[in-house]
Design a protein around this ligand. Structure first.
Ligand SMILES: Cc1cc2nc3c(=O)[nH]c(=O)nc-3n(C[C@H](O)[C@H](O)[C@H](O)COP(=O)(O)OP(=O)(O)OC[C@H]3O[C@@H](n4cnc5c(N)ncnc54)[C@H](O)[C@@H]3O)c2cc1C
Length: 316
């Protein structure tokens, strides 16, 4: 990854786990009322230093719900998820998709405490591609540590990539591993790109379907003083129910496939306090160019991250 995706350090594309750190906890992170504190009676016992901000959480598919024609909500449940940090917003997680036989290759991911990626990712990379679990990045749509659950809203690409294919076929009871933030590390900012300034009045969100869960969470985190626009590119208008209600501070403008760049050109203000862009990597790059080069938005106000790539995987 070429940067940490924060304003001033934008990233072209999401990649392997890194150790970029943020510095400030998001205000009212989009976690739907989950307390950001104690995780249970074994907190003290588990306070040993952890090599990485994230942990590996073994989970089971507990529920599946079709929320719109091309969106599937999977609820994952696992005892370890009581340690999942409820920071919300655009926090990234990885789904470690099961191998064809349902298993997990041995690359140390389930060691306790979870090793640093310089260990497990290196070992994963060294495995023959056919023998290693596919990794794909997602955003928790809801986090319920007290129930040991998270929801993930998965946009089903067509044609299918491995994650979309797996999700379509996933059955309740199936097991997999998720890597995500561990509350025992406290707030570090790792894996979060929405890190607006302390005070801001205006914002611009630019997204496509894959970034809708993040946009919904960001909308939940907005301070009462902020108002802005969310430009959301949606290929099948039947999926726009997924942005139907982002609250009174977000002016949602749904655009058709291929219209994002022009929409940014038409609607973005050069004075915007903070801009956040996520979605197909070419569209994100073009939209950022419009903001920074054409409209003159200071680059340090623009956070951007390619979430996927048209025509194939962004990373392995
Ligand atoms: C920080 C972050 C958060 C994210 N959060 C979410 C989220 O909450 N929800 C969500 O849905 N997504 C999210 N994404 C995006 C998700 O990771 C990508 O959409 C991912 O690529 C899906 O994996 P896949 O295996 O289904 O598709 P991939 O294999 O990655 O394929 C990507 C694209 O290539 C196309 N493709 C695949 N095979 C072929 C082929 N043979 N010929 C032509 N085209 C092909 C697919 O149709 C798709 O358009 C997030 C990404 C990041 C980086």
């Amino acid at each position: 990854m070429s940067g940490n995706g924060m304003p001033g350090g934008g990233a072209e594309a999401e990649a392997a786990p890194t150790s970029a750190r943020g510095d400030r906890m998001p205000s009212g992170a989009g976690t739907r009322g989950v307390p950001a504190a104690s995780t249970g009676p074994d907190d003290a016992a588990s306070a040993a230093p952890r090599p990485w901000e994230y942990s590996a959480f073994p989970v089971t598919v507990a529920r599946r719900e079709i929320i719109s024609p091309n969106f599937l909500r999977l609820t994952f449940r696992g005892d370890a998820l009581r340690h999942f940090a409820p920071w919300g917003v655009d926090q990234r997680i990885k789904l470690v998709l099961p191998l064809a036989d349902g298993g997990l290759a041995e690359f140390g991911l389930l060691d306790d405490p979870t090793p640093h990626p310089s260990d497990w990712y290196t070992r994963w990379k060294a495995l023959p591609p056919a023998e290693r679990n596919v990794l794909r990045t997602y955003t928790p749509a809801a986090i319920r540590p007290e129930a040991g659950e998270i929801d993930v809203d998965i946009y089903l690409h067509s044609p299918d990539g491995p994650a979309s294919r797996w999700a379509r076929a996933a059955r309740v009871g199936e097991t997999l591993v998720i890597t995500g933030p561990d509350v025992r590390n406290g707030w570090t900012g790792y894996g979060i790109h929405w890190q607006p300034p302390e005070q801001y009045a205006s914002f611009l969100l630019v997204a496509d379907e894959t970034a809708i869960p993040a946009v919904r969470n960001i909308a939940l985190s907005l301070p009462p003083t902020a108002c802005g626009i969310a430009i959301v590119e949606i290929g099948d208008q039947a999926d726009d129910v997924t942005v139907a209600d982002l609250g009174p501070r977000v002016d949602v403008r749904v655009v058709a496939r291929g219209e994002t760049e022009d929409a940014v050109r038409a609607w973005a203000s050069p004075d915007v306090d903070v801009a956040w862009l996520a979605g197909e990597s070419g569209v994100v790059t073009a939209s950022r160019r419009v903001l920074v080069r054409e409209l003159g938005v200071p680059r340090e106000r623009v956070a951007f991250l390619g979430y996927w790539r048209e025509g194939g995987a962004l990373v392995d």
